[in-house]
Design a protein around this ligand. Structure first.
Ligand code: PLP
Length: 437
């Protein structure tokens, strides 16, 4: 325990360690007497402050959600205005202005008569869950009941609810629940997929352009367009999980736009509200939607209490407005180039950087031993770097020994430089990364 800690900070940490249970966390270590978690209290732009008054650049956009920065006056005002009207009303049996406008704005990003229906839910997992259920029910209602399985990619990540988790290809997360959920075949490549019998498949699910949880690993250019062509030939629905890549992260509004691909289902969440409130959307086509019309038993009986939450819709609409007013996408290419150059300089200075993978404003910096083999898992080098970087004013989290760097899109070139130099300083503090010469 730090002796200089403020009383409030100490009280919050004690209450947390006594009663909170954190996601993806080894609670034994979290609650250890010598672990003082940061208590984040406020933010501004790309920066966050902790309860001790220390400032950090938000290097992973608060777990890949934040787009235009924290405490953005326009987004905050939009939420506040909505709260003065109502915080929540039911979308079951009623509609409201924000949902109607948001659905049409989202469809407006795609050519007419393509993705033209939006089903709202709460998180990335539920956006995917919803696409899977729609895809299965579609087959039941179009005379292909044996097409009830899915193909998904090795090392992919699509969320933690049971259906979404059954697609997951990351053994350390999903092994224990194998056998629950949908019949899923995992493939490593397009060639593996082509070898499957499509007659058993309702859909294939992919994180387009780059797999996030798989240590930020991009797909080969052109792969998505080829996948679309295979789906068309085989009558298999293409389900794109753009929960991470959506809303500008890759340099375009949606990753699928890089290869002019339009999926049958598009799953959106994290950045949808600019990272302000939990909300998700599953978009689909007229063709899919039409199969749910007609007799009452064809309806899609699915939903959550907070579906289309009005405050979330207000935040999402304000975030879309900011893309226009602040010319977010137009400003990105210069920053993406600046980031690429900065990462190259960092790599040249630190032999422990084995590989740098970048896709737009998303980067993964993979650390390995000088001989090119991975560090032993128990050395947790990536984690050590991220913890050391805090003292230099940067917050982020690794995936294994790959450092994730994907700050809010509002981050300036100066702020990028600050973050990369914080990483450089952190490397020098980790003995495993600075072998004696
Ligand atoms: C984060 C993520 C999810 C899950 O979203 P949650 O909001 O955490 O449920 C699904 N797919 C991808 C690609 C993600 O990055």
């Amino acid at each position: 325990m730090l002796t200089s800690m403020r009383d409030d900070t100490r009280r919050w940490i004690q209450a947390d360690q006594a009663h909170c249970w954190h996601p993806f966390t080894r609670q034994g270590e979290w609650c250890a007497a010598d672990h003082d978690p940061l208590v984040l209290t406020h933010g501004q732009g790309a920066w966050l402050w902790d309860s001790e008054g220390r400032r950090y650049l938000d290097g992973n956009s608060s777990i890949w959600t934040n787009i235009h920065g924290h405490a953005h006056p326009a987004i905050t005002a939009a939420i506040r205005d909505q709260l003065e009207k109502t915080a929540h009303t039911s979308f079951l049996g009623f509609t409201h202005p924000g949902a109607a406008e948001l659905a049409s704005r989202l469809c407006g990003f795609f050519p007419d008569h393509t993705l033209e229906r939006v089903f709202f839910s709460d998180d990335g997992s539920t956006a995917v869950e919803c696409a899977l259920k729609m895809a299965v029910q579609y087959r039941l209602q179009t005379g292909e009941p044996t097409r009830n399985g899915f193909a998904a990619f090795s090392n992919g990540y699509h969320g933690d609810t049971l259906g979404a988790a059954s697609l997951g290809g990351v053994g350390r997360f999903f092994e224990k629940f194998k056998g629950n959920g949908y019949p899923v075949t995992h493939v490593g490549s397009l060639d593996d997929l082509r070898a499957l019998d499509p007659a058993t498949l309702a859909g294939v699910v992919i994180e387009p352009l780059i797999q996030g949880v798989n240590e930020m690993r991009p797909w080969p250019a052109g792969m998505l367009a080829e996948l679309r062509a295979w789906c068309d030939q085989s009558g298999v629905h293409l389900i794109l999980d753009e929960v991470m890549t959506g809303f500008g992260r890759t340099g375009k509004m949606f990753a699928c736009q890089h290869e002019n691909v339009i999926p049958d289902f598009l799953c959106l969440a994290k950045g949808l509200t600019g990272g302000y409130l939990p909300m998700a959307a599953t978009m689909t086509t007229r063709r899919v939607y039409a199969a749910f019309l007609g007799s009452p038993d064809r309806a899609f009986y699915y939903g959550h209490s907070y579906t289309a939450n009005p405050a979330g819709c207000a935040a999402a609409l304000a975030s879309l407005d900011m893309f226009e007013q602040e010319k977010t996408l137009a400003l990105l290419p210069a920053k993406i180039d600046h980031l690429r150059a900065g990462l190259a300089t960092l790599k040249a200075a630190h032999p422990a950087i084995h590989d740098v993978r970048q896709c737009g404003f998303i980067a993964g910096i993979e650390l390995r031993q000088p001989c090119g083999t991975r560090f032993p898992a128990e050395s947790r080098v990536g984690e050590a770097v991220c913890i050391a970087a805090r003292a230099h004013g940067l917050l982020t989290r690794p995936i294994l020994d790959t450092l994730v760097f994907m700050p809010p899109l509002c981050t300036t070139c100066d702020e990028l430089d600050h973050a990369l130099s914080a990483l450089g300083s952190a490397f020098l503090q980790i003995p495993a990364l600075t072998p004696a010469r």
